[in-house]
Ligand binder design. Sequence first.
Ligand code: ZN
Length: 621
Amino acid sequence: MNKYTRRRFIFLSAAAASAVAIASKPHRVLASQLGTSTTPSIAITPAISTFNYNQVELLEGPMRQQFDTNHEFFLRLDDDKLLKPFRQLAGMKAPGEDMGGWYDIDLAFNGRGSFHGFIPGHSFGQYLSGLARAYAVTGSKPTQEKVQRLVEMFAPTVCSAFYDGYHLPAYTYDKTSCGLIDAYRYANVKQALAVHAAATEAVVPHLPQKALSRKEQYALPHKDDAYCWDETYTLPENLFLAYRLTGNSRYRELANRFIEDDLYFDPLSRGENVLPGEHAYSHVNAFSSAMQAYLVLGHQKHLRAAQNGFDFLRSTQSFATGGWGPDEVFRVPGSGEVGASLSKSHAGFETPCGAYGHFKIGRYLLAVTGDSRYGDSMECVLYNTILGAKPLKEDGSSFYYSDYNMQAHKGYHVDKWPCCSGTFPQITADYGISSYFHDADGIYVNLYVPSRLTWLQYGSRLSLTQRTEYPHAAHTELELKADRDTTFTMRLRIPAWAGPKTVLSINGKRVKTDLTPGHFANVTRTWKNGDSIALEFDIPLTLQAVDPEHPRLMALKHGSLALFAVAPSTAAVTRASLLSARQLSSGSLDWEAKTDTGKLAFKPFHAIGEEQYRLYHEVID
Ligand SMILES: [Zn+2]
């Protein structure tokens, strides 16, 4: 305590006094304040679902490597450090070092200057969630034990006083809620639901009556700007999930209370693009709240809001990488601000958070609509953004922004343990469940990644092993193992950009089925043990302008894969010279184009290290 200022000491003591009173009676909180539990009423059950985490195994490759690295990293992270701000604010003994960065308590924080102490304990729930999902993928006993232990140690710290004077109560509660739900769902921690109930009642007195936009928050009296950045509009997703798990009507009521219909979902559902000016990631994350609202309550407008919002995201806010929201802000279509950001900003796309939210809404929308374009969009974000994120460092250094500046570098965020350190282990754990889907008739192959799917179809035990270097090689192969002949439908995503020479073969013979780009190709047959499926993609090289106001600022793409010029001169190039780019060999990460001033080298995002690079080029013809 000796490093605390007197002011901080008084603050902590006062917090501790009320904390102990509440924390010691979590069960009374439950009994007196929570609503009644019944079988949850769910309006919509989509025909298409994800598989369970343990049904998809990533095989050797960059995605598996990224997942393993994150899993091991968070498994090693010290429990005491993780619990420290919660224990401090509950007036408990708080051994261990401070985590640093956003995670600590720092009463000097005021939204300007240093972000030390921005949101104490904010990402605890996300680390818990990442570990719970990693356990579900791997069955690693030490991982399950860590999740169990963290929930047990977190439980006595739960208190309403934690949020006294807290800048973003809804934000941190939303992440905590997700972690506890995942601990219960994926790591069999039974206690997690009771802790979740207590954590919910702890935050409720600190929440407004409805979801508030940033504009609405600024209009209220506030001590400093950071009090205007809370994200109440993302709460319904996890509250609806808690309702689905428990049947407790209290969660459903709270979820309803925070659906941001007035300023966001209602206009989106009417086709009005209200994204411009809004904080990017949290408003994409809010689409998932619209989807849970749709599934639980059954109102079509929430589905339309999520669909329209996602379409606006892709058509008016996105870079060639699939990333969006320069400086974390959505821009006015027609303003040319997305293109202008290439020279003004190095904060092109908030990558781990953005990719996490993008994948999550992509899965919801694919499951409800069966539209393969959501898979196309996930693939684009995967190869061009998140797969190139630098690994977390022990001190909390995190990859945050993908840089799309004309003179770009990869780097770590200035603040330790930011939001993106929380979503990174979540999205890498989600790689498997994003790769395959199923319905009653069979399966959907959504991502072409080295992986093995295991499932039961009409009582048959089946597994599908996919081996591929896609997108660096233009083909993928899948081999089926079956304990008996089984008739079902396999659907393979044909990307919207695929050319006419795309070919599907089974056991070496070309299959004449509809391979229309932008759809799933359906193959219904009696599948046999050892059947092999091969997809050969016709991948075009294309140029894509950053926005309509900058038609000469163009990125080079090979199918979904954006090609970044490395160590580039800023000299303008011709369209023809960019389109002369050739891969050095199939499977290679290196590309080369001939220009008037010599050769220009290109790489995919995940192959870029410290070198300067450039996504967009000034094209002169
Ligand atoms: Zn982030």
